[in-house]
Design a protein around this ligand. Structure first.
Ligand code: NDP
Ligand code: HSE
Length: 437
């Protein structure tokens, strides 16, 4: 049977992995897809490396725009990254009637609505399994496997670089900068690692999952984002003493009046499976009303794990490309004209539990003042830890865990606590999720 001709844009980490896996498993992939899937053309800035990798089995060019216009290409795989050239290339591929497979979460989180609308008009598919949680088939699970459910919430460790950094810092006591360098060497980190450590990459992925889970347009600009750069080693230790681990989570929750969409360091009970996801591994916990909790775990980054998802999309597109576009799985799981305008709630409206750490004078009445402020704001305390002061030390650390409260009320209480003469400096706040239903 005539092969599906694939044009590969970018043969770097993921593009190289895609070439290798597709070549290695060609026979089995063909048996699954029903016809051979062949990368016949590659575009990359580094022609020499592209030629070396492909060994004369594909045409190689540095003109990506010529490739997306080539009438012989059926599917364009975009693996160059970024929002600008990648967007022009994807839009041009769609205009030229080509299906697109991409791992580019940044592109889709920011320009997804425009890209999906263009693809809808042209009757082509834009597949993006590799864009969220690398090799874990979470898009397929949310979009197809869980389609009977009203999804209530999801929470995921969806950035391998930051999970790797947090794990290495906790287990080996290594410095942040050294671990980040290692993540870059291993090919986990984004071209700009700020995207990883400031939570932006996780927010791109959480944005895409929220859209698919709740049937809302892609709204990256409304996501609340806090990375791991301000996290202190002492908070990781106090959290452990209280029975929690700190993970960078991407969270999407359905509420009556909107959707919570947020990325931030989060305390989670150490006994939860997801709390034990270490290194560059990813995991996503999804709660649906019929199925309850489901957990998806695997490698979230790296050449071959990500290639696994890219190639799964290639197989899907190959199987479905002759289907009537109306009968294909919609890009965002819900039919394009059935998306809802449920708003993304501002962070002040978010309701969750909190870890609050403050440095306070070790003398009578201080704790009473602090707890009175919380009580006046209707914030209930769940646990309290006070560090035994060192000999001669006049201040100590007080750590409080609250029950679920509204962020606006917690902001006000923190300001009142910081205004006390007996409390020194700022209150450290880390959000806490029980993840139990
Ligand atoms: P790399 O930087 O390793 O590869 C990108 C390749 O594309 C490089 O060879 C680059 O060349 C080339 N390139 C860039 N711009 C152009 C252009 N205009 N024309 C032709 N070639 C170009 O990136 P990754 O493989 O790591 O990432 C690719 C995409 O996959 C990104 O969107 C990323 O977010 C996503 N992703 C990455 C994962 C990973 O584990 N690495 C996991 C999941 C998703 P040059 O080096 O000369 O710039
Ligand atoms: N930089 C990303 C990560 C790559 O560390 O998870 C996978 O999307």
């Amino acid at each position: 049977m005539k092969p599906m001709n694939v044009g590969l844009l970018g043969i770097g980490t993921v593009g190289g992995g895609t070439w290798t896996v597709l070549t290695r498993n060609q026979e089995e992939i063909t048996r699954r897809a029903g016809r051979p899937i062949c990368i016949t053309a590659v575009a990359d800035r580094d022609l020499e490396r592209a030629r070396q990798l492909t060994g004369g089995q594909a045409t190689v060019t540095d003109d990506a725009f010529a490739l997306v216009k080539d009438p012989a290409i059926d599917i364009v795989v975009e693996l160059i990254g970024g929002y600008t050239t990648a967007k022009d290339l994807v839009m041009m591929a769609i205009e030229n009637g080509k299906h697109v497979v991409t791992a580019n979460k940044a592109l889709l989180a920011v320009h997804g609505n425009e890209i999906f609308a263009a693809a809808q008009r042209k009757g082509v598919m834009v597949a993006f399994e590799a864009a969220v949680a690398g090799g874990i088939p979470i898009i397929k699970a949310l979009r197809e496997g869980l389609s009977a459910n009203r999804i209530q919430w999801l929470a995921g460790i969806i950035n391998g670089t930051t999970n790797f950094i947090l794990s290495e810092m906790r287990d080996k006591g290594l410095a942040f900068a050294d671990v980040l360098k290692e993540a870059q060497r291993l090919g986990y980190a984004e071209a700009d690692p700020t995207f990883d450590i400031e939570g932006i990459d996780a927010a791109h992925k959480a944005t895409l999952m929220a859209s698919i889970a709740f049937g809302i347009p892609v709204q990256f600009d409304k996501a609340y984002i806090e990375g791991i750069t301000q996290l202190q080693a002492m908070d990781i230790r106090y959290a452990e003493q209280l029975g929690y681990r700190i993970k960078l989570l991407g969270i999407a929750k359905r509420k009556i009046n909107g959707v919570e969409l947020r990325v931030h360091p989060t305390l989670i009970p150490a006994k939860r499976l997801i709390a034990n996801v270490e290194g560059a591994m990813n995991a996503v916990l999804v709660w649906g009303d019929a199925v309850g909790a489901t957990l998806y775990y695997g490698k979230g980054a790296g050449a071959e794990p990500t290639a696994s998802a890219v190639i799964a999309d290639l197989v899907d597109v190959t199987r479905l490309h002759t289907a009537d576009p109306q009968n294909r799985v919609p890009h965002l799981a819900f039919q394009a004209d059935q998306l809802t305008d449920l708003p993304v709630l501002p962070i002040e409206e978010v309701e969750t539990a909190y870890y609050l750490r403050m440095r306070a004078a070790d003398k009578p009445g201080v704790l009473a003042d602090i707890t009175r402020i919380l009580a006046d704001s209707a914030i209930s305390i769940d646990a309290l830890l006070q560090r035994e002061p060192e000999e001669g030390e006049e201040q100590t650390d007080i750590v409080l865990l609250t029950h679920v409260a509204r962020e606006k009320a917690v902001n006000a209480a923190m300001a009142a606590i910081e205004a006390l003469d007996t409390v020194h400096g700022k209150v450290t706040r880390i959000r806490l999720e029980e993840l139990n239903g």
